[in-house]
Design a protein around this ligand. Structure first.
Ligand code: F6P
Length: 453
């Protein structure tokens, strides 16, 4: 069995003394696939993403069961930043707006050629590594062309592809140049089976195929709603480093205050700015919460090679500062914002959460919505965007918001903060049960069985 994804389970950095330090990869994809350890016998093919990763490939350093491809840095940058994260991500999350709207010009075509080269490098490595009749599970929008390319090289393989993002409806997908739209769909349709996180994304893909590619052909489509890993989270969130961070966070929050928690990559689709605007609206509309609540917002840097992400990060920081200046008092800092990635601190915040705020514009699933109810010590209320994939499973016990509606989100925060403790505990238990219905190991095995079956 082989797995292929852009980001792998570890990445490396060169330390001052020249040694290589490894770090767990971030994001929902890695969390989901982490269930497959080296003992499964699977090979995970991924891309070198940093200078540290490339150095690790050169030195022959690596984890068992992982093969990192040293794709030339300029080809990777064009494919990852220039196409996957600037174009395909924006299309599937419907993020384009003036003046971000794309012009598919000669520069786009040049980058697209890199995207093809990058996909071909994966297809060739997989073709080389796979045993006769092996199952290959290709992941995400970075690698949409791999199934078709691999099918040509190795017709004997069972090929699956899984999308960790939403899929755009045909009216929006139609924005792509016609030949590129067809190439993406035909690349995906090279797979025997395609997996999506929700029925909604699977249906959107099917509708795109009907409109642009003459239908699905022989390819089957299935839904696998990745859940949170309860055993791992409960154990990890009670380790000593999490306790230490909890103590530090409690200092920052102050005695006896409610906590609204959000944890995201600093990502346009996560809608962090409107979340802060909604919190400010809450403090405006409901002055009784002033000094009694703190918004703990962790916004970890992501895709900082892209100017639009850097600008978004700056805007998040500016707005948090503005709210603190506008409302803060000597003993109360209304927003506690951290931007340095720290998994143990995220778990500490989860444990302290009275309310979790998850308000993406669009999101494939959103695992934070599933993780907080599992980890929070006293049970939490969940304010959840109707546009997150997780809403299909958690909607009944969450407080639902339209992610664009700041006033409604402020009111939802008030409702969440005001919930009777026994109601909150009950709802949180049901949320946790729904959130863990399909743990990562089962999610992965289900896909494998469906592909083989
Ligand atoms: O989970 C969705 C996803 O887009 C993954 O494909 C990706 O690895 C993750 O988010 C984080 O993004 P990135 O790898 O660009 O940091």
């Amino acid at each position: 069995m082989l797995v292929a994804s852009n980001r792998g389970p570890v990445s490396y950095a060169v330390a001052d003394d020249g040694s290589l330090r490894s770090k767990r990869g971030g994001g929902g994809l890695v969390s989901g696939l982490s269930a497959i350890g080296p003992e499964s016998g699977a090979l995970w093919v991924c891309s070198a993403l940093s200078d540290g990763d490339r150095e690790a490939v050169r030195r022959g350093v690596g984890e068992d069961g992982v093969r990192m491809l040293d794709i030339p840095a300029d080809v990777h940058a064009d494919a990852y930043n220039g196409i996957a994260n600037s174009v395909l991500w924006f299309v599937h999350h419907m993020l384009y707006q003036t003046p971000l709207e794309p012009a598919f010009d000669a520069e786009f075509r040049r980058r697209w050629a890199s995207y093809e080269t990058y996909n071909r490098a994966f297809a060739e490595a997989l073709a080389e590594e796979a045993a006769e009749g092996a199952a290959v599970l290709v992941q995400d929008y970075h690698l949409t062309l791999v199934p078709g390319m691999l099918r040509e090289l190795r017709p004997d393989l069972r090929i699956g592809h899984f999308s960790h993002t939403p899929w755009a409806p045909p009216e929006y997908f139609a924005m792509l140049p016609d030949d590129i739209a067809r190439q993406v769909l035909r690349g995906m349709l090279g797979a025997d089976r395609l997996g999506f996180l929700t029925r909604r994304w699977a249906d959107a893909f099917t509708a795109c195929c009907e409109r642009f590619a003459g239908g699905l052909g022989d390819t089957r489509v299935g839904v696998h709603g990745l859940g949170a890993d309860a055993d791992f989270l409960r154990a990890r969130s009670h380790e000593a480093d999490v306790d230490e961070r909890m103590a530090a966070l409690k200092e920052e929050i102050g005695e006896g205050r409610r906590t609204i928690v959000r944890v995201d990559r600093t990502e346009l689709s996560k809608n962090i700015v409107r979340g802060l605007l909604a919190y400010r609206q809450l403090l405006d509309d409901r002055p009784e919460w002033r000094e009694r609540v703190v918004h703990v917002a962790f916004a970890y840097p992501s895709r900082q090679d892209l100017a639009v992400y850097r600008d978004y990060t700056t805007e998040v920081q500016r707005l948090a500062e503005e709210i603190n200046e506008q409302y803060g008092t000597p003993g109360w800092r209304p927003v506690v914002l951290h931007v340095k990635d720290d998994f143990a601190r995220s778990l500490a915040a989860y444990r302290l959460a009275d309310v979790a705020l998850v308000n993406p514009i669009r999101d494939g699933m959103n695992l934070v919505a599933k993780e907080v109810p599992v980890v929070s010590d006293a049970g939490c209320a969940l304010v959840l965007s109707r546009e997150a994939g997780a809403h299909e499973e958690l909607g009944e016990d969450a407080i639902t918001v339209n992610p664009y509606d700041v006033v409604q989100t402020a009111e939802a925060l008030h409702e969440a903060l005001s919930m009777r403790p026994e109601d909150r505990t009950e709802r949180s238990k049901r949320l946790a049960a729904a959130a863990t219905a399909l743990p990562p190991a089962r999610w992965f095995l289900d896909q494998l069985e469906a592909l083989r079956g």
